[in-house]
Design a protein around this ligand. Structure first.
Ligand code: SER
Length: 258
């Protein structure tokens, strides 16, 4: 596999989804507008909530972005794991009542395996425990063996962050190999750094009013997120997000080589 740089990977993702009909938009500001549920933008979908709910009409029903993010809930993990950062960039493709599971899952697989060249045998999808439709797409259409498809509950495979659009999700983990294992607890879907979640496809079907009450959205949507730096960790086979090419070139100016 070619060791693409962060800037190459960003462009590869955005142009791949342009080929799939998505409109490329610039990152939105880190400061939320008209959203009192968030202090800072935490994901690609956050600035687009009115397009998911149908309150506003998007410029196109298929969009792709690379969004500047700070995920306050993850800050405690920074410096402890290989995969959590303060500021990060999230690659996303979004459907507002347009494409759904049967397109979003194959496109994720195509991008990771054919464009980027990740070894399919090191990729492990997970699905929400009741989501037979997503499970069957992985099994029958993508031909991922059943033993590599995991079913997890709400804690892992239902995406929501404060109020707004949410739903069950399907994630893709990459096995970085034994050398990155933290010990026997480093299992698929666990908290260790060997199996790193790189891609998350949320089937955004519900609205959470912020008090745990869910209603159906007027349309079924796709909200995909992939951590750009995490993808680079997998592609460049480096220890952590702080070792990818762009961050390394910065830190090497600040921290003298030993
Ligand atoms: N909203 C989901 C996430 O941030 C997918 O984009 O992981």
């Amino acid at each position: 596999m070619k060791k693409y740089g962060v800037n190459e990977l960003r462009e590869m993702f955005l142009s791949f989804f342009e080929e799939k009909g998505c409109l490329r938009l610039n990152s939105f500001s880190l400061v939320p507008h008209n959203d009192t549920s968030l202090l800072i933008i935490n994901s690609g979908m956050a600035p687009m909530k009115p397009w998911f709910t149908g309150q506003e009409i998007p410029p196109r029903r298929r969009v792709t972005t690379c969004q500047k993010c700070i995920r306050t809930g993850d800050l405690e993990n920074v410096g402890k794991t290989a995969r959590h950062g303060t500021f990060f960039e999230m690659l996303g493709n979004f459907s507002f009542g347009d494409y759904f599971k049967k397109e979003a899952i194959p496109w994720a697989w195509e991008f990771l395996t054919e464009r980027v060249g990740l070894d399919p045998e090191r990729l492990y999808p997970s699905v929400y425990v009741d989501d037979d439709e997503a499970y069957n797409i992985w099994l029958n259409d993508m031909h991922v063996p059943a033993e590599r498809i995991y079913k997890f509950g709400k804690e892992d495979n239902f995406w929501e962050h404060g109020s707004g659009p949410c739903g069950p999700c399907s994630e893709i983990y990459y096995d970085r190999g034994e050398k990155y294992g933290n010990g026997p607890e480093d299992v698929m879907g666990g908290e260790g750094d060997r199996f790193m979640e790189v891609w998350n496809i949320v089937f955004s079907q519900f609205n959470n009013d912020g008090h745990g009450n869910y209603t159906d959205l007027v349309q079924k949507n796709i909200d995909t997120g992939m951590g750009l730096e995490r993808l680079a960790v997998a592609v460049q086979d480096v220890g952590s997000i702080f070792d990818v090419d762009t961050l390394k070139s910065l830190s090497s100016q600040i921290i003298p080589a030993r």
